[in-house]
Design a protein around this ligand. Structure first.
Ligand code: ASP
Length: 339
């Protein structure tokens, strides 16, 4: 009888153990994010009351398409580098965003594009500034990172480099869109100061941060800069540490907003540093830099942030920011306004 009781006890005990072990494994697997992708399509005075349903839907679809493109790559074991490049390409090729095809005009009526990319594994980075003929500036930034000993190339030199590396070169007229041309005329007619000008007339820089199955984080940003810019002005987007930053140990960051403030406050690196030195979460670091430090000095804009565990933050201190994320656990979000 005793033997029988002991046997029953042992069988029950082991089967309970088995159950709880398999639960742990299950929980661990379902909690663990294998890959994640977060994107933005610019921050600014984006208000529901100024948006038609049709335009809103176009933005939502473009953001969804960008996420889907990147997710497909990450799901199939592709690298975060490939995912960031191709995700950004979809937004560069869309006239909706201030990057690539939809780039804003300079005061001289031209389009000057900037982009940067950074890998969090070895802190490799590449950037191009002021290019006028490279169809997808993010590809040029990636080529600088992977195929040169430099970090940033500008103007004609960057264009020659892109051409030599087989990237698609287009006539500058490719970047003409009626909408952006009208924005330039509006800014010129109103003769506004630079801050107001920024708030009223421009948004749409694009960015992506991806985490792949290997645990590597890559961040990238691409922009046409600010409407009516003069003197080959360059903003934060191609500046590593200001508009873009990635470090596997902390996070990947891509920013959008009034570039001069983002450069002075080295925003992308500051977010990473807040995580490294103060042990803050992506949410806390983003809030500290975007909603406290930048807000205090009226530096309008936002950022997307992603860490190695797949935690995402998308803080902004402007009225809206085109944004979204997707993760391997099926969670997903696409948003434009505050709520
Ligand atoms: N940060 C960009 C710049 O200042 C503009 C933007 O994000 O919309 O060039």
């Amino acid at each position: 009888m005793n033997k029988l009781l002991t046997l029953i006890f042992l069988v029950t005990f082991y089967s309970c153990q088995q159950n709880s072990n398999s639960k742990n494994v299950e929980n661990k697997n379902s909690d663990q994010i294998e890959y994640a992708l977060v994107i933005h399509g610019g921050a600014g005075t984006i208000l529901k009351e100024n948006m038609t349903e049709d335009t809103e839907m176009k933005y939502i679809l473009a953001l969804e398409f960008a996420l889907k493109t990147g997710e497909e790559i990450l799901k199939n074991g592709g690298t975060s580098l490939e995912a960031v490049i191709q995700t950004i390409n979809t937004m560069e090729d869309s006239p909706l965003f201030n990057a690539g095809k939809g780039a804003v005009f300079t005061n001289a009526g031209e389009n000057e594009l900037d982009a940067s990319i950074m890998e969090g594994k070895f802190l490799n980075a590449g950037a191009v500034a002021g290019v006028e003929t490279v169809r997808n500036p993010i590809n040029a930034a990636a080529a600088v990172m992977s195929n040169s000993e430099h970090v940033m190339l500008a103007g004609k030199g960057a264009e020659s480099f892109a051409k030599e590396h087989g990237l698609e070169i287009v006539d500058p007229s490719y970047f003409y869109t009626e909408r952006r041309w009208q924005s330039l005329q509006n800014v010129k007619n109103k003769d506004l100061g630079s801050v107001e000008e920024f708030k009223e007339y421009k948004y749409g820089t694009v960015g992506a941060v991806a985490l792949d199955k290997e645990g590597n984080i890559v961040a990238g940003t691409s922009t046409g800069g600010m409407t009516n810019k003069k003197w080959n002005r360059i903003g934060d987007s191609p500046v590593i540490g200001a508009g873009t930053y990635a470090n596997n140990k902390t996070c990947g960051v891509s920013c959008t907003g009034h570039g001069e403030f983002f450069m002075r406050y080295a925003v992308a690196h500051d977010i990473s540093a807040a995580m490294e030195y103060k042990d803050l979460s992506v949410e806390e670091a983003g809030n500290l830099v975007i909603n406290q430090k930048l807000k205090k000095i009226k530096g309008s804009g936002g950022a997307i942030i992603l860490d190695q565990d797949g935690n995402v933050a998308m803080p902004f201190n402007s009225a809206g920011m085109y944004r979204g994320y997707i993760k391997s656990d099926g969670s997903k979000e696409v948003k434009i306004y505050k709520d």
